[in-house]
Design a binder for this molecule. Structure first.
Ligand SMILES: [Zn+2]
Ligand SMILES: [Zn+2]
Length: 152
């Protein structure tokens, strides 16, 4: 019962849904469309995907919202993390890049939905920036993390 482990694993914030790709995803992109903005609550969604049969859920299953007749979006019903996107009939599925245990594996190569790109996105590199540790050091009490670790 040995199972090939891959770095292409991921899941939701609470750990109720975990997945593993049997083969590395074939594409990675970001989408600025209003549906991806709403589904993520963020300026854009970064998605990486491949053949639907290569994605296995190793714990739990995402809940599904059919955001249109074309698209199904999966998310964790316990913690709300957006997890998957599937275009009907394509045989392909994508996962949210930052739900991967290592999001650096999937640098996007293309942008979609640029008609909805938020006007301030291109200037964020100029904003004042700090690490989480720097931000936390003025807070009282110590951090108790309830997030599932970036591994199974
Ligand atoms: Zn969850
Ligand atoms: Zn989109």
């Amino acid at each position: 019962m040995s199972e090939t482990r891959t770095l292409w694993t991921g899941g939701c914030q609470c750990g109720a849904v975990r997945y593993a790709w049997r083969a590395p995803p074939l594409f990675s992109s970001i989408c600025h469309c209003r549906m991806c903005q709403k589904a993520s609550g963020q300026p854009f969604m970064a998605l990486t995907g491949g053949k639907a049969e290569d994605l296995r859920f190793t714990r739990g299953q995402p809940a599904i919202f059919r955001s249109s007749n074309f698209a199904e979006r999966g998310f964790c019903k316990d913690c709300g993390t957006p997890l998957t996107y599937a275009f009907a009939g394509s045989g392909e599925i994508s996962v949210a890049v930052n739900s991967l245990d290592d999001p650096n594996l999937a640098p996007p190569t293309r942008q979609f939905g640029i008609e909805s790109k938020v006007s301030w996105l291109d200037s964020i590199h100029a904003l004042p920036a700090e690490t989480t540790d720097d931000w936390l050091k003025d807070k009282s009490g110590s951090l108790i993390n309830h997030q599932h670790p970036d591994k199974d």
